[in-house]
Design a protein around this ligand. Structure first.
Ligand SMILES: Cc1cc2nc3c(=O)[nH]c(=O)nc-3n(C[C@H](O)[C@H](O)[C@H](O)COP(=O)(O)OP(=O)(O)OC[C@H]3O[C@@H](n4cnc5c(N)ncnc54)[C@H](O)[C@@H]3O)c2cc1C
Ligand code: FES
Length: 273
C-alpha cells in the first residue's frame, strides 16, 4: 500500500460532459496506485477557500487520472477554470476504496447515482478486467445500474457498455426505467451476491435495506456503500465527517467512524442508518 502524499498535478485536458459536469484529466504520479473508491483532495488556488475539495477517482491510465465532477460552488468553479498546462495541488490517494477481493467468484451488482457514478466506472472497469482474466478472481457476473435525473443530465453512460449488463433509471423515464435505481433493480429482478454503490444518501439507504431484506428472506448479500458526504480536513483530524456505526470501535470506544479515513466505503450493515 502506498502512502498518501501531496503532489502537483498538471492539467492535460478538461471538457464538459453536460451543462455542469466536467471531465478533468490530470497527469500525476497518484494515478499509479489509486484504487476504485479512493479520492483525492484538490486545493483551491484562492486563499479564501482553504479546505480542499474531495473528488473520487473516476479512472487511471498511463500516469493520468480522470476526475468527473459537477460545478456546484466556488471550489469546483475554480477547478472548471483550469486549462491544459495549468497545475493543481492535491493530496491522495485517500480513503479505503472498494476491496475487489469481495467480488471474487460473486454475482456483482454495481450501482451509481448521479455524481456517484464516476467512481463506479473505475470499479466496473477493474471488475471487468478481472472477469476477462478468468480464474478464481473473476466475478461470476457483473450488472451495473445507473441512475440519472433525466436524459439531458447523462454522462459516462456509454462508457459502461461492454463491461456487462447495464440498466438505466431516471426520475422522468427519459432514459431507462422511470423511477429510482431500486425500482430498476426490482423490475429487472437482478439477483446478486454483492452490491457496490455510490450516490445520494437516500439511494444508499434504500440499497442497504434491500440487502437487509434479501438477507432475511433469501441469501447473504453483502452491500458496500461509499459515503461522499461533506468533508473538511479530509485527513482524519477534524471529526467533521463522522458517521454513526452499529458497533463500538475497540480503540476509541465510540460508535462513530470517520468517512475520510475509515471510509468512504463501508459495509452497509455496519452503518446506523
Ligand atoms: C469522498 C468524496 C468524493 C467525492 N467525489 C465527487 C466526485 O467524484 N464528483 C463530484 O462532482 N463531487 C464529488 N464529491 C463532492 C464534492 O467534493 C463537492 O461537490 C465539492 O467539494 C463542492 O465544493 P464547492 O466549493 O464547489 O462547493 P461548496 O461551495 O463547498 O458547496 C456548494 C453546494 O454543494 C453542496 N455540497 C458540497 N459538498 C457536498 C457533498 N459532499 N455532498 C453533497 N452536497 C455537497 C453544499 O452543501 C452547497 O449547497 C465528493 C465528496 C466526497 C466527500
Ligand atoms: S474530514 Fe476531518 S476527520 Fe474527516
Amino acid at each position: 500500500m502506498y502512502e498518501k502524499r501531496e503532489v502537483t498535478a498538471r492539467v492535460e485536458k478538461q471538457e464538459s460532459l453536460t451543462e455542469d459536469v466536467r471531465e478533468l484529466i490530470l497527469e500525476t504520479e497518484l494515478a499509479d496506485d489509486a484504487m476504485p473508491g479512493q479520492f483525492v483532495n484538490l486545493f483551491c488556488g484562492d486563499g479564501a477557500r482553504l479546505l480542499p475539495r474531495p473528488i473520487s477517482v473516476c479512472d487511471t491510465f498511463m500516469g493520468r487520472m480522470k476526475l468527473v465532477y459537477r460545478v456546484v460552488g466556488a471550489g469546483t468553479a475554480e477547478l472548471a477554470a483550469l486549462r491544459p498546462g495549468d497545475t493543481v495541488r492535491m493530496v491522495g490517494n485517500l480513503g479505503n476504496g472498494y476491496d475487489p477481493r469481495t467480488a471474487f467468484g460473486k454475482n456483482v451488482l454495481v450501482v451509481g447515482g448521479g455524481l456517484g457514478i464516476p467512481p463506479m466506472y473505475y470499479l466496473s472497469r477493474l471488475l471487468h478486467a478481472l472477469g476477462m482474466r478468468g480464474g478464481a478472481e473473476a466475478p461470476a457476473s457483473l450488472t451495473m445500474v445507473l441512475g440519472y435525473r433525466d436524459q439531458a443530465s447523462t454522462f459516462l453512460h456509454r462508457a459502461f457498455t461492454g463491461f456487462g449488463k447495464v440498466v438505466f433509471a431516471s426520475d422522468d423515464g427519459t432514459i431507462g426505467y422511470r423511477g429510482t435505481v431500486l425500482d430498476a433493480i426490482r423490475a429487472e429482478e437482478i439477483s446478486c451476491d454483492v452490491i457496490y454503490a455510490c450516490g445520494p444518501l437516500p439511494m444508499l439507504r434504500g440499497l442497504a435495506s434491500f440487502a437487509e431484506e434479501q438477507r432475511e428472506t433469501e441469501k447473504d448479500i453483502k452491500c458496500y456503500v461509499s459515503l461522499e458526504e461533506r468533508m473538511a480536513c479530509g485527513i482524519g483530524t477534524c471529526l467533521g465527517c463522522v458517521v454513526k456505526t452499529k458497533h463500538e470501535d475497540a480503540h476509541s470506544r465510540v460508535r462513530n467512524a470517520r468517512i475520510c479515513t475509515e471510509g468512504p466505503v463501508f459495509d452497509s450493515a455496519e452503518i446506523a442508518w
